[in-house]
Design a protein around this ligand. Sequence first.
Ligand code: ARG
Length: 496
Amino acid sequence: MPEKTKTTKTTKKIKKTEKTEAGPKAVKKPWGGRFSGGTNKAVEAFTESISFDKRLWKYDIQGSVAHARMLGKQGIIPKKDSKLIIDGLTRIASRIADGRFVFREELEDIHMNIETALIDEIGAAGGKLHTARSRNDQVALDLRLYMRSEVKETVGLIKGLKDAFASLAQRHRDVIMPGYTHLQRAQPVLLAHHLLAYAEMMGRDAARFEESLKRINVLPLGACALAGTGLPIDRHYVADLLGFEAVSANSMDSVSDRDFVLEFLCDASILMMHLSRLSEEVVLWATEEFSFIALPDAFATGSSIMPQKKNPDVAELSRGKTGRVYGNLMGMLTVMKALPLTYNRDLQEDKELLFDTVDTVKSVLGVLAQMLPVINFRTERLEETAGEGFSTATDLAEYLVKKGMPFREAHGVVGRVVLFASRKGSRLEDIGLKEYREFSGLFGKDVFQVLSPRASVAAKKSLGGTAPSETARQIEALKKGKKNKKSISLPAKKGK
Ligand code: ARG
């Protein structure tokens, strides 16, 4: 039966293929020695990370160059091989940068893609690069180098946004608006004061990311698979070459933990929470109902059916993307939960969550920094509404306190005044002195001086209050802080 003959042939072919490890077209895996059979294609597709970890290539090469230099210096490999490796890696780097490098899924990840290319490039000496190293400490190293650079960039973007808030506050330093609690008008405030609240949040967010750098900037390389190595490596030398502030103390911890990734995701979540509140206010303020701001056309989008629409999609998406970032944090916490020491392949799941967070945060910060300065504030409307809703009632109570009345009593008196005025449908300014005096004999004709929103704002001179003098002080402090504070200083990168 021809059919059967065919089957037998195929079986034989597979057996032969298995013996020669992976078939004629398949690539030899760097770890292929103990395997007699090839890898199932679905397994290759399932386990690969090259499709996303190729973004680490620069850091992988930077780390390998430093490692090769150390191996040569220590006499673990001949100096000439160390040089061959470094030159080969440099050529590979320019091939990747030019887009001439072919990334292969069969080679799993960025580490094996580059190592295999190196061996193709320089021959046997390339096989010496992975001495006293494992992908476990290598991937931890690449991630730390990547994050060090991304955190620095993120901090720069947050500070940029903070400055945008400060400039906007400066520009609108005389505008009064209603301040809210419970989304109900509460007390008049300066628009600048509201904007500067966000500048403060951005300041803390930037500081959080900056502080995380000291935990990121620790060299894990030299931990090898999990236990360290019997070869005479010099980890401090590698740390110096790569600009690390410290060398990790425990090899098992070095390859197991991703708390530095989690910390980034936490910091990013807090930042996004702040930005989602800003976004929400932009959405609200742009409504007809509020009419506090008008978005320029360049930062709004239309509707495919309703011709009249102008929607605040940038703010909505910034608010919406907060969900992704929280999701990435929860995802990573869940990946890490109850993982036994040390390295487990589960950890490969860290990358997409981290990369997505980095991309999301950077895009949100970037677009908001462009939108903020061009938002048009409807200052007349802000001023007009600032005095509505008995917003200076607290000032009235403070007036009575200054005349000697206990605050709780003053609160009660003014509460009754407000009830009276609201029943009459009048504002606090419209009640006559005679009527005021029926509520308390402490009211005098100077009461009318405290009732305007401008007087209310001007009176809030307590430290951090909304008075123009305090707001000006805060703007000054932000400007000074900008001048005084050195940008995050990392040791210059050597060993490139
Ligand atoms: N691609 C892997 C990761 O991202 C690299 C480390 C693999 N190590 C291993 N022993 N399989 O985590």
